[in-house]
Design a protein around this ligand. Structure first.
Ligand SMILES: C[S@@+](CC[C@H](N)C(=O)[O-])C[C@H]1O[C@@H](n2cnc3c(N)ncnc32)[C@H](O)[C@@H]1O
Ligand code: SF4
Length: 325
């Protein structure tokens, strides 16, 4: 898949559900109306779509949500997709909130997953519950331990929130150093419908980086994922620190990704509404019409994105993962 700017699309982020067991304040409203089952791709349809992508040159798939590990049958899907590793697919990864990892860590490893992103905005139990509105920190930490024990390499995703977890960023980095986890900091993005005023907690990562540089030596890393992240090696800690600043569009030139919502809507760019709807095509026509729609998407994939921090986005985009590398 090559778009009109010559960018090869090799990476797909696939949301497997809009549902979640947490309600992070920057992501979801307290009372969510989730989509009816018929609107969501079945596990078979997700696998079928993944095969179409792989046949067209996609080599990396990241499963996300909502929370991917709350989807019933996720183990079946993961092992199905895992069986494509080495047969077109180079890597299968997942972004998870970690609450179900104790149960699923071995399954992920056995299916061929080697790296996962786990979201963790605070290591203080009360704050964690505040940010997620219901999460139990202990459960997530146990999940992270189980995942490490199973052999999965972990990258912690932490959304930097002014006045909420600002003071925990340096300690989180040190903790990651002791655990051998990489850390990626994420700027809040105007995605999804939430009750909170996001501008209130907006913390520019340029400020965070300056603060961290007073304490740590950050050596720019050559690693590029094609996503909106910049990476540093942290001298002395042996871990990598990433900054995801989606409000800038510095990396759009190398963008190699598209995103698929649980409904089968595919977006060429997070910052634009450009999309194609694949669910009904999958249900009625199969691969040929899906491929035609993908060609249309590629032809119109925007050169770059723009956001405004106060902008409201359509609800469907809440169900897409936006981050991680
Ligand atoms: C949407 S979640 C889906 C996967 C899983 N539930 C999790 O939390 O990791 C993926 C990532 O997006 C981040 N995220 C969600 N809403 C965001 C927002 N408005 N701004 C920045 N990051 C956001 C989360 O912190 C998480 O790291
Ligand atoms: S960020 Fe992830 S864990 Fe938090 S509410 Fe959104 S989907 Fe759920």
């Amino acid at each position: 898949m090559i778009d009109s700017f010559g960018r090869h699309i090799t990476y797909v982020r696939l949301s497997v559900t809009d549902r979640c067991d947490l309600r992070c304040r920057y992501c979801m409203a307290e009372h969510m109306a989730f989509l009816p089952k018929k609107d969501i791709l079945s596990l078979e349809e997700i696998a079928e779509l993944a095969d179409i992508f792989i046949a067209r040159g996609v080599t990396r798939i990241r499963l996300t949500g909502g929370e991917p590990l709350v989807r019933r049958g996720i183990d079946i899907l993961v092992s199905e997709l895992g069986s494509r590793i080495g047969r077109g697919l180079d890597e299968l990864t997942m972004t998870t909130n970690g609450t179900q990892l104790e149960r699923y860590a071995d399954m992920l490893f056995d299916a061929g997953v080697r790296r996962i992103n786990v979201s963790l905005d605070s290591r203080d139990a009360d704050r964690f519950r505040h940010v997620t509105r219901r999460g139990e920190l202990k459960q997530v930490l146990a999940g992270i331990d189980a995942a490490s024990g199973a052999g999965l390499k972990i990258k912690i995703n932490m959304v930097a929130l002014k006045g909420v977890n600002e003071d925990e960023i340096a300690p989180m980095l040190r903790w990651c150093g002791t655990q051998g986890h990489d850390l990626t900091l994420i700027e809040t993005m105007p995605l999804g419908e939430v009750e909170e005023d996001r501008t209130e907690h907006y913390l520019p990562l340029s400020v965070v980086r300056e603060q961290l540089e007073r304490e740590f030596e950050l050596v720019p890393s050559l690693a590029r994922t094609g996503g909106p992240a910049r990476y540093y090696e942290v001298d002395g800690l042996g871990v990598r620190l990433g900054f995801i600043t989606p409000l800038t569009h510095n990396f759009c030139d190398g963008c190699n990704r598209i995103r698929v919502a649980a409904t089968g809507t595919v977006f060429g760019c997070l910052g634009h509404d450009q999309r194609v709807e694949l669910r009904d095509l999958l249900r009625s026509g199969g691969a040929a019409s899906v491929n035609e729609a993908l060609d249309l998407l590629l032809a119109g994939k925007p050169k770059g994105h723009q956001f405004r921090i106060d902008a409201a986005r359509p609800a469907v985009e809440r169900h897409m993962s936006v981050t991680g590398g």
